[in-house]
Design a protein around this ligand. Structure first.
Ligand SMILES: Cc1cc2nc3c(=O)[nH]c(=O)nc-3n(C[C@H](O)[C@H](O)[C@H](O)COP(=O)(O)O)c2cc1C
Length: 381
């Protein structure tokens, strides 16, 4: 399964193309829109989310409510584009827009402009922007639909915002009812207060998102080659999210201080099936899913655009200049959780198809069913 996205933050829209989704999967725009809506919610988002009402247009790969096996094209229009027609015009305009040259620390502005030789940082801003994550979330909704066919569910919960933390409980109803996607009402209130205080100070906040995939088919990924190890593939996908700066499986950084006897998950057999008394591996051993929940956390930095900008320099003159201020969020952790769900779902759906085939959903289900027969001690099969 391959996924490409295209489109600029203030252009006509963003687009995802997913190749390799099996035929026969039920896909509905309403289901995708529900996830797009979840990405837009959350205390701490900026004015942009009041303008956009994201909705998908499926322009390829789905007919009569089912995938055909052809590439699936998902388009999401940018409602804000009407305000940016001159700046974003494909054709050169008579009165060119002013170039953005005041570099924003923490953004791709300087690195991107140096790399491509751009003289207007707008050419970097537009594509580095996390508006692109709308396309990822749409693609992820299709991946989630495929995972559901084999019973796998993916859910995110906010573990911390700024210095307010709460142990994730993955209570879906409580999470969806919280403006910051925490199952703990007390922590939700404190997180909202922390965001409000940061906004008041012209500042921003980051945090940690916890992510869980439950009822995962064992045996996805491989230990046999470095680039097939699924933990590595998951980490790459999650680290690719704008402002993600760290990933750990289960509580890996805590475990690194402990003895092996406290860390590894004992294996037992109950009712003829292999079971674990704990899951400190986070659902993967040797880069292969072991049937336990995948539990992974992602650290996101405080977002970069500050209403009180940091000292910076001008790309053209090199003169000291405060950073350019672009309309911005204060905290994106709740939205980042929904994006993280999409990225994990895409990697797991890809690994599922790799193992069981991606021509038809029926064939895939039959292969999974047959495979499940041998997931027990050899003499019990
Ligand atoms: C859902 C989401 C929304 C974001 N919105 C903003 C924003 O409004 N302002 C901002 O400065 N950064 C925002 N970011 C983060 C930047 O896009 C990101 O920090 C920047 O592109 C540089 O990339 P890097 O932080 O991954 O190095 C957002 C990130 C996510 C995941």
């Amino acid at each position: 399964m391959r996924v490409l996205t295209a489109g600029e933050s203030h252009g006509p829209g963003v687009l995802a193309v997913i190749d390799g989704v099996p035929a026969g999967l039920a896909v509905s725009p309403a289901e995708i829109d529900a996830d797009l809506r979840r990405r837009q919610l959350g205390y701490g988002r900026g004015a942009r989310q009041k303008i956009e009402r994201d909705a998908v247009r499926i322009t390829g790969g789905v007919r009569q409510g089912r995938t055909t096996g052809a590439p699936i094209a998902l388009q999401i229009d940018n409602r804000d584009a009407v305000n940016w027609e001159r700046v974003m015009s494909v054709e050169p305009v008579a009165e060119p827009p002013d170039a953005v040259t005041r570099l924003r620390p923490g953004h791709a502005d300087l690195a991107g402009a140096l790399k491509f030789g751009h003289e207007d940082v707008r050419d970097v801003i537009e594509r580095a922007s996390a508006r692109e994550t709308a396309a990822r979330v749409a693609a992820g909704a299709v991946a989630k639909a495929l995972l559901r066919v084999v019973g796998t569910d993916v859910l995110s919960e906010t573990k911390s915002i700024g210095d307010v933390s709460s142990e994730p409980r993955f209570n879906r109803d409580a999470i969806e009812a919280s403006e910051v996607r925490s199952s703990d009402p007390k922590a939700s209130t404190a997180m909202i207060a922390a965001i409000a205080a940061a906004r008041e100070a012209g500042d921003t906040l980051g945090g940690v998102v916890a992510l869980r995939a439950s009822a995962v088919v064992p045996g996805l990924g491989s230990f046999a080659e470095w680039d097939r190890r699924l933990d590595g593939r998951i980490a790459q996908a999650l680290m690719s999210i704008q402002s993600a700066k760290g990933v750990q499986f289960a509580d890996a950084f805590v475990a690194s201080h402990e003895r092996g006897s406290a860390v590894h998950d004992p294996i037992a057999v109950e009712g003829g099936a292999f079971v674990r008394s704990r899951n400190r591996a986070g659902g993967l051993e040797g880069g292969v899913t072991n049937g336990e929940d995948i539990v992974v956390e992602i650290a996101f930095k405080p977002i970069s655009t500050l209403m009180k900008p940091l000292p910076s320099a001008d790309l053209r003159t090199g003169a000291p200049s405060p950073a350019h201020v672009e309309r911005s969020d204060v905290c994106v952790i709740p939205a980042a959780g929904v994006v993280a769900e999409a990225m994990l779902a895409l990697v797991l759906a890809d690994a599922l198809c790799e193992k069981f085939g991606n021509d038809s959903v029926d064939d895939l289900c039959a292969a999974v069913e047959r495979y499940r027969q041998r997931l027990r001690p050899i003499d019990n099969r």
